[in-house]
Design a protein around this ligand. Structure first.
Ligand SMILES: Cc1cc2nc3c(=O)[nH]c(=O)nc-3n(C[C@H](O)[C@H](O)[C@H](O)COP(=O)(O)OP(=O)(O)OC[C@H]3O[C@@H](n4cnc5c(N)ncnc54)[C@H](O)[C@@H]3O)c2cc1C
Length: 487
């Protein structure tokens, strides 16, 4: 008989969280800690969403999205998770750029960038300071009309090399382009510039295990292989969720699933105002990614001067559309040295990441898809040869993931790595005005994406839900049963 992954589940909860990405996990933890009864439902067999890892024979453990995040993660993890998690976050000190315009190594913070821009790029110091102050001063309520491209043109007219230095890592970090609002660039860039780029020692598997332990301590009921098919809405309010053939009542639902699938698949547009539906339809998804995971043979070392993160490109000029092209010219290499996982067999691993369009991969026949993956691995190894000589003889394992892979594991529409473009944030925030008790937390709007953005958005939404639950007293069991329509 098939295993019942909902065995022992209660009939109703204060809150149901759909999805265990970093936003879903954090919102569940904050609400569990506040004393609410919380059920967390994850369709996959692992928690973490895009914050994930996988194991391969020979002691290789690959991290999918542990490449770097801003220092703010330390504070967020200490406040909303545990001190132990926060204490495992350390800085990545060697961030490298290598492209036809320049090659350099940096700690990727304001002080170091100021020196680089002044000495290597010969930019006036006052101008540099004014740029940093403008980016730092940006906030969500500002003018959203200025684009990142216009911001650069204002401070560094005609300086494609400077734009490349300032923009390339952020395009990689959240898929933003020169055409996106300047503030979505400024906020994320400034977050990184405050102290640099950070990582979690131990690997994503250890982090997610620590989070799972903390959820249990806070009384959250966590279920994997629990695929929510419907959010039941009646008389303009959330009533229940349908999952694995069961109906579980709840006073609030927080969906960590993709914003568009939450609205159009889990609920249905007939439950919303037409104006809202029109707005939701206009929300553009962010780009997806391809990755190549490379494991070196036991005993094979990479010199640490190779860097932790390397933004490499062979394109003569910086163009954001080139960063998404199937004809890959830009790759971000993450180098993982044995210190990344001190508890495991010492291994050197490399993950190459490139932003990608879903449609370039979605419609390929199985034969062409496999051939394209093989080609992706081959061309990546060829590019890596420059930084890791004789890499082909030294590797024990190489495989590729594509936008189809990310869609398969997370059910994200088009395998979007960073949720939606900027306009998604307003739609996500407006959900409770449309349906009482309905919330969304997860990568949206560029700002609320990435590990830190997703986690912090989870906290914001948890606070909204907490306020709602405290305002409205629990509904009696009979009243709730009557309210659920038979569908
Ligand atoms: C290749 C790649 C590299 C990245 N690198 C970085 C990086 O270096 N630094 C960084 O900060 N960020 C990085 N990111 C982005 C970061 O990983 C994400 O922004 C963040 O993890 C997303 O968290 P989330 O809360 O939005 O949810 P997601 O991780 O998107 O998770 C959503 C969860 O909901 C579940 N779900 C969906 N539908 C249902 C359903 N119907 N029922 C039950 N469960 C459901 C999914 O299975 C999934 O577990 C990267 C992303 C990718 C893809």
């Amino acid at each position: 008989m098939a295993k019942d992954f909902l065995k022992g589940v209660q009939e109703s909860y204060d809150v149901v969280v759909i999805g265990s990405g970093l936003a879903g996990l954090t919102t569940a933890n904050v609400l569990g800690r506040a004393g609410h009864s919380v059920l967390l439902l994850e369709q996959h067999y692992k928690l973490g969403g895009m914050a994930t890892w996988f194991k391969r024979p020979g002691g290789h453990i690959f991290d999918v999205s542990l490449h770097g995040f801003p220092v703010g993660m330390i504070k967020s993890c200490r406040r909303y998770w545990t001190r132990e998690i926060a204490d495992s976050i350390v800085q990545l000190e060697n961030i490298r750029f290598d492209n036809p315009m320049f090659s350099l190594t940096t700690t990727f913070n304001r002080a170091d960038f100021t020196e680089l821009l002044a000495k290597q790029f010969h930019v006036d110091r006052e101008n540099i300071q004014a740029f940093f102050d403008t980016a730092r001063g940006m906030n969500f309520y500002d003018d959203q009309k200025q684009t990142a491209g216009e911001l650069f043109e204002k401070f560094f007219p005609g300086r494609e090399d400077v734009v490349r230095l300032l923009m390339e890592p952020i395009t990689y970090a959240n898929g933003s382009t020169l055409e996106d609002p300047a503030l979505s660039y400024g906020i994320v860039f400034s977050n990184f510039m405050s102290k640099g780029v950070f990582t979690f020692v131990g690997g994503t598997d250890v982090l997610i295990q620590m989070m799972h332990d903390e959820l249990k301590r806070n009384g959250v009921d966590v279920r994997i292989r629990a695929d929510v098919s419907k959010i039941v809405v009646h008389n303009g309010a959330v009533q229940a969720v349908e999952v694995n053939g069961r109906t579980i009542r709840t006073r609030a639902v927080i969906s960590n699933a993709n914003l568009r699938s939450t609205i159009f698949r889990l609920i249905g547009e007939e439950k919303f105002d037409q104006g809202f539906v029109d707005e939701a339809r206009e929300v553009r998804l962010n780009s997806s990614s391809t990755q190549v995971y490379i494991g070196l043979k036991p005993g094979e070392q990479i010199d640490e001067s190779t860097g932790d993160l390397l933004f490499s490109s062979t394109a003569p000029r910086f163009q954001t559309d080139l960063l998404l092209s199937r004809d890959i010219t830009s790759r971000t290499f993450s180098f993982y040295y044995p210190r990344t996982r001190p508890q495991s067999d010492p291994r050197c691993l490399i993950v190459s990441s490139t932003n990608a369009h879903y449609h370039d991969w979605a419609d390929l026949s199985e034969h062409d898809y496999q051939a394209s993956k093989a080609d992706l691995i081959e061309t990546t190894l060829a590019a890596l040869e420059k930084y890791v000589p004789n890499v082909r003889e030294r590797i024990a394992h190489a495989e590729a993931a594509t936008p189809r892979t990310f869609k398969h594991y997370t059910q994200h529409v088009h395998g979007a790595s960073f949720g939606t473009k900027f306009e998604g944030l307003a739609v996500s925030r407006a959900l409770p005005e449309q349906i009482s008790g309905l919330y969304h937390a997860g990568s949206v709007g560029i700002i609320m994406s990435g590990w830190l953005g997703a986690m912090n958005y989870g906290v914001i939404v948890a606070n909204d839900v907490d306020a709602q639950l405290l305002k409205a007293p629990p509904v009696s069991r009979e009243a709730q049963t009557k309210a659920i329509p038979r569908s």
